[in-house]
Ligand binder design. Structure first.
Ligand SMILES: *Cc1c(COP(=O)(O)O)cnc(C)c1O
Length: 396
């Protein structure tokens, strides 16, 4: 346990839990211990709000309502569990039609993570360029196989990526694969559609460009809150690979559903390595919903409601003293803790004293300072997060 600097002393019982939390975090490496792990390992801990995991809770509820009505109440769940789901190519064809592209352009994964691993292992042969801070899998899958170089986003720019500076970095470092996460995890910075298109067009044609749009459903450029995806660019850009996790915007990380859009030759080369039945029955049920107009219309209502509540939450976070909140178009905000407090210690205090679980960014490379990543969890839970932060930080 770190030094106490400002925060109140934990009681002896609390300190024991704090030590166990530190151990669990160490064991989880570059990710955080999941809610299930914490509940199992530390049953005495009462977790009221999980603002560590970043998903739309309203979308989870919408999915669950459909699943209850269509699978559980009807008994159709038995088929989903008892039989093999469709093969990947069947699900890919369905999704492709929904997205308005040819089926040969679509790859279905057991979560986006599986696709990221396949893409990095198959398409990076020399050097990968990753922006920092980032989602650690991108460099972890590359390390030890190919060179990894970083383009560090500056906090003085609020972690915004400058397209010209980025293209200059590409020219200077000569990678054969680059990764852009939009909006970025963990800072929430967003590259407007026009800027991203300009980067994609400005890259040398032999550089694979991976754009991860796992948080794109939370970003907007106009009052209508429309989604601006670069998936449509894939057709004219054989070097573009668009990765999409469904875990965050649909709140279904547990069923492992993701896809990617890329040139058919790339898909064929990935399929040589297997991926016949790497999906599952619940993921197929989800993807079939995702292609249904009635579901999409209902989803869009909860998506927009959640965006509005999320942006309101950020305005409230900005009012807390002792913190700096960076602009975010994702469903989480990067919160810098000013002064002399340790982020890990703040995380432990929030969890032990208030049952509010937020993510420390102390393991994120390329971030200088003490940061928390705080997810938006809907109006009521957001208020609990604000109250807990206010209580803990006001002691310092
Ligand atoms: C969470 C996350 C993923 C992984 O998504 P899964 O579909 O759950 O495997 C991929 N990319 C980014 C940027 C993420 O934050």
């Amino acid at each position: 346990v770190g030094q106490r600097r400002g925060l109140r002393e934990l009681s002896a019982d609390e300190a024991v839990i704090a030590d166990q939390l530190t151990k669990l975090k160490d064991e989880a490496g570059s990710h955080s211990p999941s809610l299930l792990t914490l509940r199992q390992q530390l049953p005495e801990l009462e977790i009221a709000v999980d603002a560590c995991f970043i998903s739309n809770p309203y979308a989870t509820q919408l999915f669950l309502d459909h699943l209850q009505r269509e699978l559980i109440d009807t008994g159709a769940i038995r088929d989903v569990l008892e039989f093999y789901p469709s093969q990947n190519q069947v699900i890919a064809a369905l999704l492709a039609e929904h997205l308005g592209i040819g089926p040969e352009w679509l790859f279905v994964g057991n979560g986006a993570i599986e696709i990221i691993q396949a893409v990095i292992h198959n398409f990076a042969t020399r050097r990968v360029l990753v922006t920092l801070p980032t989602f650690s899998s991108y460099y972890e899958f590359a390390e030890g196989r190919v060179d990894v170089v970083f383009h560090t986003l500056r906090k003085s720019d609020e972690f915004r990526l400058d397209p010209d500076e980025y293209l200059a970095k590409v020219a200077e470092t000569d990678p054969d694969l680059v990764v852009l996460i939009n909006p970025n995890n963990p800072d929430g910075s967003y590259l407007p559609y026009e800027d991203l298109s300009r980067i994609i067009a400005g890259l040398p044609p032999d550089v694979t460009c991976v754009v991860d749009e796992s948080f794109i459903h939370f970003a907007f450029e106009d009052m209508n809150l429309d989604i601006r995806s670069v998936v449509g660019e894939c057709e004219h850009r054989p070097n573009l690979v668009v990765v999409k996790s469904m875990s965050k915007d649909f709140g279904i990380a547990g069923i492992r559903a993701g896809y990617a859009v890329m040139h058919p030759e790339r898909i064929s080369s990935l399929l040589c390595n297997g991926f016949l039945w790497n999906s599952n029955g619940l993921a197929e049920y989800f993807f079939r919903l995702y292609c249904r107009d009635d579901f999409v219309a209902q989803y869009d209502i909860v998506r927009k409601q959640y965006i509005l509540e999320t942006q309101l939450f950020y305005r409230q976070l900005e009012k807390l003293s002792g913190t700096r909140v960076y602009p975010s178009m994702a469903n989480f905000a990067l919160v810098e803790i000013l002064g002399d407090l340790d982020a890990d210690e703040v995380v432990r205090h929030l969890l032990i004293r208030h049952g509010v679980y937020v993510r420390t960014c102390s393991d994120k490379i390329g971030l200088e300072g003490q940061y928390l990543r705080v997810a938006s969890r809907g109006l009521r839970d957001n208020q609990r997060i604000l109250d807990a932060l206010d209580d803990v930080l006001s002691e310092a």
